[in-house]
Design a protein around this ligand. Sequence first.
Ligand SMILES: Nc1ncnc2c1ncn2[C@@H]1O[C@H](COP(=O)(O)OP(=O)(O)O)[C@@H](O)[C@H]1O
Ligand SMILES: [Mg+2]
Length: 487
Amino acid sequence: MKTKTEKRDNLGELIKTFNRVTRPFVEIVHGVRKGTIPYFECGAWALMVSAGVALGVDEWLLKKAHLSFLYPYNHPIIYWSLQAFLLVSGFFFWGIREAVKLNRLLSTLTSIFVEAGLKTNMGRVPSFVADRPIDSGVREMVLSMNGVPLSAFKQAREKLETDVFGFIEEMKDERRKGLIKIKYSEKDIPKIINLESPYGYRHYDFIVGNTRTGEKRSNLETTPHLLIAGTSNSGKSTYLKQFISTLYLNNRSCEFTLIDLKNGLESIQFHNLPRVKVVTRPQDAVEKLARLQKKIAERAKFLLANGCHKIEEFFALPKDKKKWTEQVKSDKDIGRHVVIVDEAAELFLVGAELNAEGASKARRIVAQLAAQGRAVGVHIIVSTQRPDVKVIDGTIKTNLQGRLCFQMPDNASSMTILDSVRAADLPDIKGRAIWRDGTAMTEVQVPLLSDEKIEELLSPMREKQKDTPKEEVKSEELSEDNEEVGV
Ligand SMILES: Nc1ncnc2c1ncn2[C@@H]1O[C@H](COP(=O)(O)OP(=O)(O)O)[C@@H](O)[C@H]1O
Ligand SMILES: [Mg+2]
C-alpha cells in the first residue's frame, strides 16, 4: 500500500512532468499573444526549410545517414504533414529554447533562494508560480512568498540579479495573495545615451527615453501635460533642455514660455530665440501666467467660432473652412504653446521674491492651464524636486498625466508622484527615470543632448540682439509679450 505522502509526491511529479512537456507550447501561446515571438527569424527559417526540401536536402541527409527507409515516399499524408511541421518548426524550436531556459532556471531556483537567505525560520523558501513575457525585453516571474518578506527580496536583489534574473526592473508584492511579482530582463539599459540629432521628431512627438527594448516616444496630443520629478542633480533640467530643443526644432509654429527660476534650467541658451519667452523671476512668471490664462479663453472662443472644440479639429479643417481673425491670421498664429516651469517650488511657495497672494495665484492658474489647456493646444510641463502636496496639489497633479520620475530619496516621495515606490529603487544613474503614462510604467534612460550640441543647433536661429544687460532683457521680453499677435 502506498502512503498518502507517496501518492501526493507522485501526483506532484506528474504535474511537474506535464508542465515540462507543455511548456514549449505555453511559451508559444504567450509569445504570440504578447508579440514576443521573433516572426522574422521564424519566417526566414521556414523559407530556408522550403528551399532545402525543394532541393531534396532532407532526402539526401537521410540517405547519408543510411536512414532512407524513414523517408515517407509512399505516404502522402505523412509526407505533407511532415513538410507542414517543418515549415512551422521555427516557432516550435523557439518554444523549446524558451522552455529549456526557464526549466534550467527553475531547477536552480530553490538553492539560489537558500543561498540568498530567502527563507523563513521554519526553512520555507519561495516557490515558483508562473513566468511570462511582458514585452519583447521584459518577463515577469510570479513567486509564492511562503512567508518571506518583500524586504528580504530587496536585500537579496544583487544576488538574485547575478544568479537568476539578469536585471530586475521591479519587485512588487501582492500581500493578500502572498505573491511577489518580479519584472526582469536579460538586457540592461545603457547608462548613457547621447542624442546625436534631435531632428526627426515631427508633429509634436517628444522623446521619453530608451527602455530595455528601444526608444520610447510620446506626443503632446496624447500626453498633453507632464510632471517631472527627482532629487537634485538627477537630470530634470537636462531632460527639459533636450525636450524644449527637440520640440522647438521640429515644430516651426510651436511657441514656448520658459519659467526658469532659481537653480533651474539656466536657460541662457534659449534667450533671444523667436517663439520663445523666458521669465526668470517669480513675480514676472505670475504675470506671464495670467496672460496665458487670457490666451486660453481667447483661443477657446476662436475655436468655437470655427465650430471646433479641440485644436486638433481645427488643424483638420480644410483650408477654405478656416475662419481667421485679426489676431489669428494663419496656422502660424495658432501653433501649440508649451509652458515649462523648472523648479516649481520657487513659483508655488512663498519666498523672498513671492508673497502668499502671488504663490496661490500661480498655483491656481497652473491648475487651470492643466485642466483646460489641452483642448486649445496649451501644454504645461512642471518640474520639481519637492513632491509634497504644498508644491504639487491634487488638482494640478491629476491633470499632469505624463509623469517622468527620476531617482527619489524615499518610498513616500516616489509614491506621491507615481503611486509606486519604483523611483526610490532606481539605480544611481543620472538620467535614469520611471515613465508613467496612465497606468503603464517603464524604466527609461533619458537621452543627453549636450549643451554644445544645443548651442550649435540653436545659435543660427537666435535673433541678433544688442548686448543688453540682463535686467533690461527681462522687461523687454515682457513688453514685447503684450503685443503678441497669436492667441
Ligand atoms: N540624461 C543624462 N545622461 C547623462 N548624464 C546626465 C543626464 N542628465 C543629467 N546628467 C548629468 O547630471 C547633472 C545634473 O543634471 P541636472 O539636469 O542639472 O539635474 P537636476 O535638474 O535634476 O538637478 C548634469 O550636469 C549632467 O552632467
Ligand atoms: Mg535642475
